[in-house]
Design a protein around this ligand. Structure first.
Ligand code: CIR
Length: 262
């Protein structure tokens, strides 16, 4: 563990999204929420993209990639900071090829670094809070991946902490930033020592999926249908936008996975 640097505040101006392909339902999932519908996910994805535009972001929309049915979960393919971007090496075999399709896009905006095998890392495991990164050690992100990523960001003055992901798919399935110093966490992480320095909104077990909410320049995008989580978030007095992402959740995804923000 390294010292915590909370100084840098993140303001997003851009987002990258990718349209879901016709075969998106062939992606990896352990969710048992029924058969996902293509027309509905297309509509939900459009609503998500429109929301980012309304929040003032320049949205770069990439075409669907039928060869990679999970490719619209663009967040997993890279981590972008103010100065550079890290192209990941997804831990899921079927997703490794996605990075070749994000690299040419990001090279226009940032100097690139890469996670190299045997290191694996997926963007869903990387949570930036100011100048500090929490990096999940999960089914998809291994210790070599965490350490490679840590070495890269240290050279830019960032600090980092590795966090064991014990239950969900990624770290950001359970922990996200709600406000500058406030994290939304599931009960699993309520007492986790790495998060002691932060205010926390702790979500009840039956609403734990609301932990994958997305904070964009002072507005919180949250999945719809989580009444008590919404009440807790309202205490922050920030604008909240609820989005229906039922079809995304059927594929084990959430709000953060659908975009890369920078
Ligand atoms: C997968 O299992 O890789 C996709 N079906 C879901 C990825 C969700 N990504 C994320 O939470 N960052």
């Amino acid at each position: 563990m390294y010292g915590i640097n909370k100084e840098k505040k993140i303001i997003y101006t851009h987002a990258i999204v990718r349209l879901p392909g016709y075969n998106f339902s062939q992606g990896i999932t352990e969710a048992d929420l029924g058969i996902p519908d293509y027309d509905l996910i297309t509509q939900q994805h459009k609503e998500y993209t429109n929301t980012l535009v309304k929040l003032g972001l320049k949205v770069i929309q990439l075409e669907a990639l039928e060869v990679y049915p999970d490719a619209y979960f663009v967040e997993d393919t890279a981590v972008i900071t103010q100065q550079m971007a890290v192209i990941t090496n997804p831990g899921a075999e079927s997703r490794k090829g996605e990075i070749q399709h994000i690299e040419p896009v990001l090279t226009k905006y940032r100097q690139l670094h890469r996670i190299k095998p045997p290191g694996t890392l997926e963007g869903g495991d990387v949570l930036q809070v100011g100048g500090h990164f929490f990096i999940g050690l999960s089914k998809r992100t291994n210790r070599q991946g965490v350490e490679q990523f840590g070495r890269i960001i240290e050279t830019y003055g960032y600090t980092w902490t590795a966090v064991e992901v014990v239950n969900g798919l990624h770290l950001k399935s359970d922990v996200n930033l709600a406000d500058r110093d406030t994290l939304m966490v599931t009960e699993l992480y309520a007492k986790y020592p790495a998060f002691n320095d932060y205010q926390k909104i702790i979500l009840a077990e039956d609403e734990s999926r609301a932990a994958n909410s997305l904070s964009i320049n002072g507005t919180i995008l949250m999945p719809s249908g989580f009444t008590s989580a919404k009440k807790k978030l309202e205490n922050l007095s920030l604008p909240i936008i609820e989005l229906d992402i039922s079809e995304v959740r059927k594929m084990d995804g959430g709000l953060t996975c659908l975009s890369l923000r920078f």
